[in-house]
Design a protein around this ligand. Structure first.
Ligand SMILES: [Zn+2]
Length: 139
């Protein structure tokens, strides 16, 4: 569900203690939107499950992107970030444990970056490694 700004989203009934809509909203703030937000309860359920498994705070580098921002950051036109996906910082985390926890938490689109991991919940599972990130994932 698309909401023009996270500021307009009612927090009544918000059920996820470790996350706030602002963390998942578009980061434009001025150039393209007012903090566009895509609400997907199942996605936040999966984030909470992941947070529980990892046992540490998750820093979301990028969540929803409005059309303007998606172009500005060079995102694919059909990027999952146009609805909801999260690029989460791997700083301070064991990346392999984090990856396994993400799979166990129900994420099906998983992109392995050097400093972050991309997570979404797509119908057909897909995993990939971003350019320049291979070495960081070698065991
Ligand atoms: Zn925006």
């Amino acid at each position: 569900m698309l909401i023009a700004s996270y500021k307009d989203f009612s927090m009544a009934g918000w059920a996820w203690p470790h996350f706030h809509p602002v963390e998942l909203a578009c980061k434009c703030r001025s150039r393209g939107c007012r903090g566009e937000y895509w609400h997907d309860p199942k996605f936040i359920d999966a984030l909470e499950a992941l947070r529980g498994r990892v046992g540490r705070p998750l820093k979301i580098n990028s969540g929803h992107r409005c059309g303007v921002r998606n172009v500005l950051v060079g995102g694919a036109p059909e990027s999952r970030h146009r609805r909801i996906a999260a690029d989460i910082s791997l700083s301070g985390h064991d990346r392999h444990a984090f990856l396994n926890a993400a799979i166990d938490s129900g994420f099906t689109g998983i992109g392995r970056g050097r400093t972050f991991i991309h997570l979404d919940r797509r119908m057909s599972p897909a995993t990939w490694t971003y350019k320049g990130a291979d070495a960081s994932w070698q065991i």
